[in-house]
Design a binder for this molecule. Sequence first.
Ligand SMILES: [Zn+2]
Length: 241
Amino acid sequence: MRYLTSRETFAALFREICDVVIPRGCAGCDRPDETLCDECRLRFSQCLVRSIPGIDRGVFSAGRYGAETRRAILQWKDHGDEEVTADMCDIICRCVRDSGLASRLHVGGNGSGRIVVVPVPSTPASLHRRGRRHVLPLAKAIRTMLRNGGVAADVDQILSIAGRLGKSVQQSGVAGRLGRLEGHIRVCGRPPDDGGVVLVDDIITTGSTMRQCVRALREHGIPVVAAYTLASVTRRAVSRP
Ligand SMILES: [Zn+2]
C-alpha cells in the first residue's frame, strides 16, 4: 500500500472543501445548486424522431444538440460529471415513454420475443480515456423501464468496435466516417434468439455510426426495433412521434 504524500492529502482535502463551500452548477448552463436545472431538462424533453433504414420505428432523440444540451452531455461523458448520470437516465426513459415503445411492443405482437437493449459502442481509445462505459447506465435504465411495463428486456453489449480507426470524425465528413467505421463495428457475444434490439447512444450526428450498427446486426439476422439518443445534431426535418 502506498501512503499519500502531504501534497496529495492537501489536494484531496482542498477538493472536498471546494465541494462543500462552492455549490455545483447545472451541467448545461452552470446555474448553481443543480445537477441539471428545469430549463435544461426541458430542452431534453422533445422526443424528436428521424428515420434510418433498417430501424423499424426510427431513431428517437430527447432533444436537439444545442449549446446547453451539448455542454451537459460533454460534462457528463467527457469531464467526469457522473452526478448527472441519474438525470440522463431519466431523460432517456422519458423519451422511450413518449415514443410509445412499450405499448407498441404489446400491440405489435413483439411481446413473445425479448428486447435486448444494446449500447452503441465507443472506440477503445474513448473507452480508455473515459474509464467507463457511459452509455451503459442509459441502457440499464431503459431495460428497467421496459420490464416495469411488462416487456421482457435485457441489456447486452453485443456490439464492439474492433481494430484501429483512421482520422477523427470531424476531419473525415459523412462519407469518410462511414468508411472509417466500415467493418469495424462487430457483433460479439450471443445475439438474441428472438425478439429484437433497441439501440442507445448519447448523440446522433450523421447517423453513420447507427447505420453501421444496424448493418452488423442485420448480418446476424437481428432486427432493430428502435434507437434512442439524448440529443440529435440535424439540419434535416425531425418530427415528434
Ligand atoms: Zn441548466
